[in-house]
Design a protein around this ligand. Structure first.
Ligand code: KG4
Ligand code: ZN
Length: 336
């Protein structure tokens, strides 16, 4: 089954053609970073307008790259939420129109579920059950995953998402948008022990996260230095970001390992844009080895937003005969 997948939940216009939910025939991502960069974050109205411009060329490119025409497609999968509603509506309306015009089966996909399932695009995916951590610009949640559609949420952030914290700290230090990749890069040569930022772990029993206090600690650290962050010596910037990154990574790794221990599971899967972070990947591997857990990390390009992961999930549901009605709506807070 060849599935045409579309993803427009935030600031990337993405389309893919996926064979039998596993083999990627094409996977095109058009980033809007240059548009939003000067505002230091995604401007929702600009994002939806850009999706409208990009959707036809990107879907056309995905079909061409996969060397298929719409006639050879067997189903359509599209992100229904969560995300920016204006952005979601562009992809969803487009997908519904194509489904209506061609009569192809169509299914709406949860973006968080797509992130958590991106690992199945890899050569050696895990067997269920496992612990799934999704860490992106909008989400930081831990799930117990027993099968497709069989998920129990074990914890989530009570305030900022981890990626949001990366983006806000980068903005504060004048490092541009998105913050995650810049902080990742600068941290490689910074000292993670230079500044002891708080590790927000809430209570010992909770698998919830909280990152706003850590962000405030960085703000307060910057405040005591009278000069603007742009004029800081490069070494100080590196030390601040690597110390901040270390605090985020430590909390994420600790809670993920705790979740596996409490659930008695031996496999953990990371997903979402922040899962592309080098330090997080290194630390989760080290701690998992120590705790005798097996860790599964999607390639960085499957961590950040893409349509292949949407095609993967869409296939699982389409093959079970599930369909969405053409009246399907987009929801910014679609739960999983
Ligand atoms: O999954 P994603 O592409 O979109 C959402 O669903 O949010 O995640 C984007 C987030 C941004 O906050 C970005 O700064 C962060 O992921 N990110 C990273 C890295 N690459 C992207 N954070 C830390 N290290 C990275 N290498
Ligand atoms: Zn995402």
């Amino acid at each position: 089954m060849k599935v045409l997948a579309i993803e427009t939940s935030c600031d990337d216009t993405a389309a893919a053609v996926v064979l039998d939910g596993r083999k990627i025939l094409s996977n095109i991502v058009s980033s809007q970073v240059p548009i939003h960069q000067k505002y230091g974050g995604v401007v929702p109205e600009l994002a939806s307008r850009k999706h409208i411009e990009s959707i036809v060329p990107i879907v056309t490119e995905a079909l061409e790259k996969a060397k298929v025409t719409l006639k050879e497609i067997d189903g359509i999968a599209v992100t229904q939420g969560p995300g920016l509603v204006g952005s979601l509506l562009v992809g969803l309306s487009f997908a519904k129109s194509v489904a209506f015009a061609t009569g192809l089966p169509f299914i709406g996909v949860n973006h968080v579920e797509a992130h958590l399932s991106a690992i199945f695009l890899e050569e050696k995916p895990p067997k269920f059950p496992f612990i799934g951590l999704v860490v992106s610009g909008g989400h930081t949640s831990l799930y117990r995953m027993d099968g497709f559609g069989k998920y129990v949420r074990l914890g989530q952030t009570r305030d900022d998402a981890a990626g949001e914290a990366f983006d806000k700290v980068a903005k504060l230090l004048g490092l541009g948008y998105p913050g995650g990749p810049v902080i990742d890069e600068l941290s490689r040569t910074g000292n993670p022990k230079a500044i002891r930022f708080p590790r927000p772990v809430l209570s010992r029993n909770s698998l919830d996260f909280s990152f706003s206090g850590l962000k405030t600690a960085v703000v307060n650290y910057v405040k005591v230095h009278p000069e603007p962050p742009e004029s800081y010596p490069k070494e100080l910037i590196k030390d601040i970001v690597s110390s901040f990154q270390e605090a985020v990574v430590e909390v994420l790794v600790k809670k993920t390992v705790q979740a596996a221990q409490r659930q008695g599971l031996k496999r953990v899967v990371l997903s979402g844009g922040v899962a592309a972070n080098q330090r997080l990947r290194q630390r989760i591997k080290e701690d998992s080895l120590e705790q005798k857990l097996k860790v599964y990390l999607p390639s960085p390009s499957f961590c950040t937003d893409n349509a292949a992961m949407v095609g993967m999930v869409g296939y699982e549901y389409l093959k079970r005969g599930m369909r969405s009605p053409l009246s399907l709506n987009a929801f910014s807070n679609l739960p999983l």
